[in-house]
Design a protein around this ligand. Structure first.
Ligand SMILES: [Zn+2]
Length: 137
């Protein structure tokens, strides 16, 4: 069975260790959109030992804090669904009042054209630098 997360065909891996990775999905509707992915196939947080649960959430919160610092969004949305892939993963989505769906979920009804911009080269560089610094501590 092919697996979109094992294939690594979505986004750009901007940080990884042997257990977790941070993928930048940055796109025109949601600049800075990141995902924290468990590299192995595990479907539920409660199947993991407590240390790994905390490690995953630490990574999610480091990415959230970094995105807030760089983009100053109205809100960060965190989501973990995993209905289509056997990997635990967390979506970390910076939200703005002017984005295409706000205040709906980014999977909800589109309300306007939205911002239509990716991260700038400077924002992307800063994001990668700060995430690597904070996760190597
Ligand atoms: Zn997989």
């Amino acid at each position: 069975m092919s697996c979109v997360i094992c294939d690594g065909s979505e986004g750009e891996i901007i940080w990884s260790d042997k257990i977790l990775r941070v993928v930048l999905l940055d796109h025109l509707d949601y600049k800075g959109y990141c995902r924290v992915e468990l590299i192995s196939h595990q479907k539920e947080m409660t199947d993991l030992d407590e240390a790994l649960q905390f490690n995953i959430m630490r990574c999610v919160f480091k990415v959230e804090a970094t995105l807030r610092k760089i983009l100053n969004p109205e809100k960060i949305n965190l989501a973990s669904l995993g209905n289509k892939t056997p990997h635990i993963h967390w979506h970390i989505i910076p939200r703005f009042k002017e984005d295409a769906h706000f205040p709906n979920s980014h999977w909800g009804e589109r309300l306007r054209q939205g911002l239509r911009e990716n991260l700038s080269a400077e924002e992307k560089k800063e994001l990668i630098t700060l995430i690597n610094e904070s996760l190597s501590q």
